[in-house]
Design a protein around this ligand. Structure first.
Ligand SMILES: Nc1ncnc2c1ncn2[C@@H]1O[C@H](COP(=O)(O)OP(=O)(O)O)[C@@H](O)[C@H]1O
Ligand code: SF4
Ligand SMILES: [Mg+2]
Length: 380
């Protein structure tokens, strides 16, 4: 019997310790230009009190994946064509709009890349946090205000008592993101979905926001789904990683496993593209040749094949299933179907050699992780 694929592995209806279980989601956008095949058979799990990272270049389908979970894919033009979103043993796709609004308010919260677009410019930040609190708790205005100040304090907004009556434009980008995090925490969610929460911020502030997310995860035992194109952020904060390419999950592993033993050629290339701690800005970066395909007319077969240096004939015709290569590690690549798992290791060794040998060797060592941590700390 062949080994189970990740999708098959996901079949049990409810698994202890799994908060979110996304199964075979396909989301398309029906536009005038054609059908954008944004998500194809996407499956992943978020465990209780753990952080799942979703990583990939821009346009891979990371945000659409989050919107699909939250039930807020813009329709039209978007539609979830098929798939299930299980949350604590219930399929959210079967819920009504009203039920989903309640779930979004009470169980899941989402923070976005650009906090300004999610804040109301004509209301004070205090009013907005208080509104979020009163939506979920029956408390009077005074208590809501006190709680708002407490949460602002918690996310590191200095002099929260004074700043509670300020308007969003009076806050810097980093402080606005803290306000957004405060609002998302006000309903005490079980799952926080953070979509590129640090991308719009400068590096010093990025590190501070990451530290806040870390503190939240540890203090509240919250599950976090962290979407980013930055593997440095993944290394800092996540327990598991899903690597996405052009609408498909191409690799899933524990974070340590992915950094130690990346297998999919795209993951290996992404890891090769991490700036080294001593890299000067815009210097020496490994850029993955080529670009993400247009998802209206994606390449047939493996969508990565035009950019892959291992492309075989079959890659241009067929997309393969995710194949389990280790207990917490699945890969979608023909290389791993063609060869027995035992030989896969040898193969990845060869692949690694092709991609910036020195950089990758460094990535595979603990030293790299230490240096990366130091590098990120150094940004603070
Ligand atoms: N509202 C929309 N209408 C049409 N296409 C969309 C829409 N939103 C996203 N897409 C397409 O879906 C694909 C995945 O987008 P997205 O999830 O935003 O990527 P990522 O977050 O990884 O950068 C892209 O090809 C994007 O153009
Ligand atoms: S399936 Fe083929 S083209 Fe795609 S990543 Fe693997 S080797 Fe490269
Ligand atoms: Mg996005």
């Amino acid at each position: 019997m062949s080994e189970p694929t990740f999708e098959e592995e996901l079949r049990p209806p409810y698994e202890e310790g799994v908060l979110l279980d996304v199964r075979g989601i396909r989301t398309y956008f029906f536009t005038e230009e054609g059908i954008v095949r944004a998500l194809e058979n996407v499956s992943y799990k978020v465990y209780e009190a753990k952080t799942l990272g979703i990583v990939g270049e821009s346009g891979c389908g990371k945000s659409v994946s989050a919107l699909s979970v939250m039930g807020i894919v813009p329709d039209p033009p978007g539609k979830i064509i098929e798939g299930e979103v299980w949350y604590r043993g219930e399929d959210l796709r079967k819920k009504s709009d009203a039920e989903m609004r309640t779930i979004r308010g009470n169980k899941m919260a989402m923070i976005f890349q650009d906090p300004m677009t999610s804040l109301n410019p004509v209301l004070t930040v205090g009013d907005q946090i208080m509104e979020a609190i009163r939506l979920h708790q029956e408390v009077d205005l005074q208590t809501a205000r006190e709680n708002a100040i407490k949460i602002m304090d918690l996310v590191g907004i200095p002099s929260a008592v004074d700043r509670v009556d300020d308007y969003p434009f009076m806050f810097s980008g980093g402080m606005r993101q803290r306000v957004m995090i405060a609002m998302s925490l006000s309903c005490n969610p079980e799952l926080l979905i953070a979509d590129e929460p640090t991308t719009a911020l400068d590096v010093t502030i990025q590190a501070q926001i990451l530290n806040i997310l870390k503190a939240i995860r540890n203090e509240f035992n919250m599950s976090i789904m962290l979407i980013t194109h930055d593997l440095g952020v993944i290394a800092e904060l996540t327990d598991y990683v899903t690597v996405m390419y052009a609408g498909y999950i191409v690799e899933y592993a524990s974070t340590i496993e992915l950094f130690k033993n990346p297998m999919h050629p795209y993951s290996i290339a992404l890891l090769g593209a991490i700036p080294k701690p001593d890299t000067r800005k815009d210097d020496d970066l490994t850029i993955i040749p080529g670009a993400i395909p247009n998802l209206i007319t994606p390449p047939p077969g493996c969508r990565f094949h035009p950019r892959c240096s291992h492309t075989m004939d079959i890659c241009k015709k067929e997309i393969t299933k995710l194949r389990q290569v280790a207990p917490q590690h699945t890969v979608r690549c023909h290389l791993f179907n063609k060869y027995p798992v035992a030989e896969v290791e040898e193969y990845t060794e060869k692949m690694r050699e092709r991609y910036q040998r020195e950089q990758l060797e460094e990535i595979q060592t603990k030293k790299f992780k230490r240096r990366l941590k130091k590098f990120i700390k150094g940004r603070e």
